[in-house]
Design a protein around this ligand. Sequence first.
Ligand code: G6P
Length: 606
Amino acid sequence: MCGIVGILGTKPVAIDIVDALRRLEYRGYDSAGIATVENGLLDRRRAEGKLRNLETRLMSEPLKGHVGIGHTRWATHGRPTEVNAHPHMTDKVSVVHNGIIENYRDLKEDLTAKGHIFQTETDTEVVVHLITDEMRQGRKPVEATQRALGMLRGAFALAIIFAGEDNLMIGARQGSPLAIGHGQGEMYLGSDAIALAPFTDTITYLEEGDWCVMTRTSVQIFDRDNRAVERPSIKSVASSLLVDKGNYRHFMLKEIHEQPEVISHTLGNYIDMAAGCVKFPSMGIDLAGVTRVTISACGTAYYAGVVAKYWIEKYARVPVEIDIASEFRYREVPLAPGGLSVFVSQSGETADTLEALRYCKRNGQIIAAVVNVRTSTIAREANAVLPTLAGPEIGVASTKAFTSQLSVLACLAIAIGRARGTIDAAKEQELVKALTELPRHVATMLHDESFYEGLAHEISKARDVLYLGRGVNYPIAMEGALKLKEISYIHAEGYAAGELKHGPIALIDENVPVIVVAPEDDLFDKTVSNMQEVAARGGQIVLISDAPKEKAGCRLLAHIKMPKAHPFTNPLLYAVPVQLLAYHTAVFMGTDVDQPRNLAKSVTVE
Ligand code: G6P
């Protein structure tokens, strides 16, 4: 997945395109590029790596066109080189693309046979040649593009400009998001509204299969059958969401520190603090009648879903099926009509999660979406939206979005339990009280991080790190391992503590730190036994627990002392030290914390 931008402007647009791309770098940062039309000719600048490389290039070799497109890339087809960087172009047309053209091999073969010469390893280049081919046969840009679009299979958001056309841009959307921004005598395209926020807050989202023909003063939208259609314009709130790092060294650290506030804000939407009960939106879902729940998501959002499985099964006594979305969507899961399906996604655009949602919808499920971006495709396709109020999350490694997702899911578990009568009003009050105390506990974890800096030094020496957890804290062990590997590049695995002896124990020696997530709950003693097994083999144990370190019964490399909280909310609370440990290890190792290599924040390809 990549970020794309297009501007039909009244002055040179390259600087504004760079500005918009900066806000899309979360979608990928393998390379960046811009093309404009200048004196009727297409010209482009591209650079490998981060956007700043392109900026440097533009300083010495500026682009002056008033119509232009830009791209920030997360490589799928072809290495992240300058040759493979977008925009791709011929003498007639230039294209930026987010998504994957699945039939590009067949198309490339046909076009090569017709004499087209390909220069890149990308799938996108076929789009350029298809349109060029149509234009060579005498067709005008709009008709040529319409015919080319009809030949493409797969997922795409496209922005297209043409030589000799200083007042024309075409956009198309199938499977990847694309927004039109309406300016004063200017027009914009962008992968999201945040990219366009400095220029306009009037946004039209293209729907699946739509394409549009734009000038500086007009937009015509067509559906997949090429019928002219109207799509609503909305006032975007994205401009109020523009963010900077403040006094923090990284966005990730800032977002970790925002957690007390965003958890509190999110909880405020779902619980009545004074009455001590959940106030769940009716959602058109009969929670009392829920007999089965399916959950699907990717990455960190998936681990939030696994925690929810423990909560919903324990408190609402409903069986929960959960799988990562890329597996779920192809498993042909049998679903009885009327079940509740919950999709968890920060971006609301993750391709696999979206397809899993569509599978469930086709199979008669009621769809609830726990999303951070309310205007996202997943939000729009759900029957009920349960927003997380985390604000924009910029760091690629998810932190505050995760704890906000857990906050919503905790309330959902209580709401289903109450509706089904598996928890009474007193239990509801107890659980709600535990949630309301949570922001305060999280805040205490953030007062002094010097301890983590020292520990990070030790962890950074390791080649492998194991994370162990049990019960509802097992997903936190998996999330801790994911955080560490994402940003420090140290290999890490999260395991159910009881599973240790069935394999991972073979890895343990004095060079392998083992991070044990073990609040002093009814499973604590079992986890302590697993810790002894590690200690007996020389493993270096870091215990994260509210229990005194003496209770470990073995030598510890470190003890992260946690505040005592209700067991219900421990997954939320214990997410914080694993985030901090990963963050400080990565900082110590000098990696790019906010934009770790090979990753992207929003994954709109399969
Ligand atoms: C990417 C991100 C992760 C995120 C996952 C799911 O892998 O790097 O941080 O958890 O996608 O994204 P979503 O937007 O659906 O939560």
